[in-house]
Design a protein around this ligand. Structure first.
Ligand code: TNX
Length: 466
């Protein structure tokens, strides 16, 4: 038997250069004596990762029991002189472990590195607005690759807004025929066919992500009103909208067509994937409270009646029930309805704009982005704790980064805004908090940035990164 000294490292003291983002829950570096002559895997060796499934998290080495969903996502990586071995209880866990192994730097000669890891939050999302500017299947799949590498598990697609309609709705072909070619600034458009959606959902599933589709009602509907004037309170077709204002459009509560429309779009949403569906409900400044309540509750009940759960932006909280999710985006709004929803068993997705809106400018000097919630540099996306921003009484399901695309035209623009902030938000979602982690995060994210660079992915070099 070899002498083995085990040095257990919780926290990142001797781990800062190993490159893992999000940071793992438990890391052990074992010094094997004497084994200095044993070779560590070469770069090519690292590509040959052995994987195997185990029956339980206990078999991986977890001492305490994990919740069932944590067990499904847990993984272990061992890297030693024999190579890299990834073990997990499910294929999802193997994917996370493999993603972690791809980020790792080879351990020093004679050491054995063990990562034992599981996420803190079940909802680790990224939202992409394809309505203000359209991004097609290939771009979305490339974004899925990035999200999966950071162990995210939800891709939320914002599929409609005032400026464009991006998903085929079989009952109302006019929506894409008349309102998919527009965008902010008339930069072109596009939409997803039913088969495109299938391609995206399949690709996401293969990478461990659920697609949460959003059709935003009852506001943010100018594109719908343009295509289907019968939905409009005036009964006439507004011009296409290519600006960046919000809150001026609304569905008619009187028109019979509105009810057919809500039922058709809820069927479309529920046909996309098998998880929750997002019904919007934000910024309805042109909708009276009564109209808002009537329309949002109608939309929510279509989804509930099929046994599916609903996600709504925080303004829609009062229409949600047990098993649903409310997405917090503007911390300045009243939180009473969020707390009340929490008491009914609704869970919170934390997307506070001051941390998680990756469409905010990094700094005033930047060309891309907006500043309605100020600027958001990397450190601000990292050093926060979702549980401390949640109103009392509501359970936090997780974190979602949001990329609205009013100023984003190209794939390079997208990744520039996402990276490195998405890495920080993924860490908060996986590890539970990023408070106090700046010093350990910087070298790890700098290592990731080298990988992005090798792959030709454009990113922002935040202060402190090398
Ligand atoms: C707020 S997020 C919005 C969007 C904008 C975004 C720009 C939310 C619920 N509404 O309509 O695109 O700010 O940052």
């Amino acid at each position: 038997m070899k002498e083995v000294t085990i040095v257990e490292v919780k926290g990142m003291e001797s781990f800062a250069n190993n490159g893992l983002v999000p940071r793992p829950n438990d890391v052990r570096v074992e010094f094997e004596e004497p084994s200095r002559s044993a070779p560590v895997p070469s770069e090519e060796g690292a590509a040959r990762i052995a994987t195997s499934l185990r029956a339980t998290a206990r078999d991986l080495g977890f001492a305490e029991p994990l919740t069932p969903w944590q067990e499904r996502e847990a993984y272990r990586v061992i890297w030693d002189k024999d190579g890299i071995q990834v073990d997990a209880v499910t294929p999802t866990g193997l994917r996370h472990g493999t993603a972690a192994a791809m980020q790792l730097q080879a351990p020093a000669l004679g050491t054995r590195l063990t990562i034992l890891d599981r996420p803190e939050f079940p909802w680790r999302g990224l939202s992409i607005d394809v309505a203000r500017h359209f991004f097609g299947v290939d771009d979305i799949c490339a974004i899925i690759d990035i999200a999966a590498s950071l162990r995210l598990n939800v891709l939320h697609l914002h599929l409609s807004d005032d400026q464009g309609w991006r998903i085929e709705v079989p009952e109302f072909p006019e929506l894409v025929e008349r309102s998919s070619h527009t965008s902010v600034g008339m930069d072109g458009g596009g939409f997803f066919t039913t088969s495109d959606i299938r391609t995206i959902v399949d690709y996401a599933a293969r990478n461990g992500l659920t697609v949460v589709p959003e059709i935003d009602v009852p506001g943010h509907v100018n594109a719908a009103l343009h295509a289907l004037p019968g939905l409009s309170p005036t009964g006439t077709s507004p011009d296409p909208y290519t600006g960046v204002e919000v809150g001026f459009s609304t569905l008619s509560t009187q028109a019979e067509l509105t009810h057919e429309f809500l039922s058709a779009i809820s069927r479309t949403l529920m046909g996309v994937d098998v998880g929750p569906v997002h019904i919007g409900a934000d910024e309805c400044l042109a909708t009276t409270r009564d109209e808002f309540d009537a329309l949002v509750s109608q939309m929510a009940s279509h989804v509930h009646s099929e046994g599916r759960s609903v996600v709504a932006w925080q303004e829609g909280a009062s229409h949600l029930k047990m098993g649903d999710f409310v997405q917090l985006w503007d911390e300045r709004q009243e939180t009473e309805e969020l707390a009340a929803a929490g008491r009914r068993g609704v869970k919170l997705i934390a997307s506070p704009a001051s941390r998680a809106y990756v469409d905010m400018k990094y700094s005033e000097e930047e060309a891309l982005g907006t500043t309605w919630m100020g600027t958001v540099e990397l450190r601000q996306s990292l050093e926060w704790d979702p549980r401390t921003i949640a109103p009392a009484g509501i359970e936090v399901a997780g974190v979602e980064a949001c990329l609205f695309t009013e100023t984003i035209r190209t794939f390079d623009d997208l990744t520039y805004m996402l990276l490195p902030r998405l890495a920080a938000l993924a860490e908060v979602a996986w590890a539970g908090s990023g408070v106090g982690e700046w010093a350990s995060f910087l070298p790890r994210v700098s290592h990731l940035a080298q990988l992005w660079q090798k792959e030709g992915i454009r990113y922002h070099c935040s202060p402190g990164m090398q």
